[in-house]
Ligand binder design. Structure first.
Ligand SMILES: Nc1ncnc2c1ncn2[C@@H]1O[C@H](COP(=O)(O)OP(=O)(O)OP(=O)(O)O)[C@@H](O)[C@H]1O
Ligand SMILES: [Mg+2]
Length: 304
């Protein structure tokens, strides 16, 4: 079992302050992330929503300093448990990646190496960070694959990524990301490759894992398309627009009996992403959403 991380209400687990990441190309500078600030507390779920190109992926990659060629953090702070990740050495970042922060990349196929088996890829972080023997790591991989509901995990250990369906790859990516019991899981559009029903199952799985492990989840998802799924599951939502995060008020993560339905949470966010006046777009805090017991298993997006 993964060790339980105790959620604390004091200092945030992750605090991003005025982060600016620019991409330097031959044709000019792209301000991919332009003054983003938000925070994630231990054990909470933050949804980072925004239209395509608003800088969600670049924000996620900046936190782990896994930026593409030409991209650089030009200013800002990324505080993780008292350490500013924007300034630490690469060796220190290697200890953070996978161990303190796990990440599910936007493209699950690209995230998995085609020449290594699933067992090797999911087991490697355990060997590196937890100094496990390969035999013990592979036993743990089977447990992890079972946890993310991969069927016949003992057999899948020897499969290559191309032999899996999109949904299975996504689950395998999650298994790799949670293997070392990170305090924070960053999931970048984790459901784009999945149909609506599987999206829902996958997000339920993330929530289940969160309850088991106590990890915080930061989930980046595209504007509108996954909004209903997002509002259904997220504890708090920040909206990313024009490479900035529009501040939202903090609210209690414990839902009240009168909390809003997913539909009203979606309505609360329905503002035109085209408008250039970001201050007008400031959305109210998204109320907590409790899933009515009668709706269990129903795909929520249709209701919104
Ligand atoms: N390698 C790159 N070179 C140049 N510009 C880039 C590069 N990667 C991203 N960008 C630019 O940075 C901005 C933010 O991109 P990002 O991928 O973070 O958007 P996103 O919100 O994740 O979009 P999507 O929802 O489509 O995944 C975009 O304007 C994009 O064109
Ligand atoms: Mg993206």
């Amino acid at each position: 079992m993964l060790p339980d991380a105790q959620p604390s209400n004091d200092a945030p687990l992750l605090a991003v302050r005025d982060l600016r990441t620019h991409v330097f190309t031959r044709r000019g500078v792209v301000k991919a992330v332009n003054g983003v600030s938000f925070q994630v507390r231990a054990g909470e779920t933050l949804g980072l929503v925004g239209e395509s190109g608003s800088g969600k992926t670049m924000t996620c990659l900046s936190i782990l300093r896994l930026l593409p060629r030409g991209a650089r953090i030009v200013s800002g702070e990324i505080w993780l448990q008292g350490t500013n990740l924007a300034t630490v050495s690469e060796a220190a970042m290697e200890r953070v990646r996978g161990k303190q922060i796990g990440m599910v990349l936007q493209n699950a196929l690209a995230a998995l190496d085609p020449v290594f088996t699933i067992g090797t890829q999911v087991g490697e972080p355990l060997v590196i960070h937890h100094h496990m023997s390969w035999r013990a790591a592979l036993r743990r991989v089977v447990e992890l694959l079972r946890m993310v509901k991969v069927v016949a995990p003992e057999l899948r250990l020897h499969s290559y990524p191309h032999e899996l369906s999109g949904g299975m790859r996504q689950r395998v990516s999650s298994a790799a990301a949670i293997g070392c019991a990170p305090a924070l899981l960053i999931a970048d559009e984790p459901t784009t490759a999945l149909d609506v029903t599987t999206q829902r199952q996958y997000l339920d799985l993330l929530m289940e894992l969160q309850q088991t492990t106590g990890m915080a989840i930061m989930c980046a998802t595209i504007w509108r398309c996954s909004m209903a799924v997002c509002s259904w599951n997220m504890g708090r939502v920040s909206r990313c627009s024009a490479s900035r995060v529009i501040p939202t008020r903090r609210r209690s993560c414990s839902p009240s009996p009168n909390s809003a339905s997913p539909a009203s949470a979606c309505r609360a966010l329905r503002v035109s992403p085209q408008t250039s006046d970001v201050s007008r777009l400031a959305v109210p805090s998204i109320p907590a959403v409790t899933r009515p017991s009668t709706c269990a298993g129903r795909a929520s997006p249709r209701r919104c």
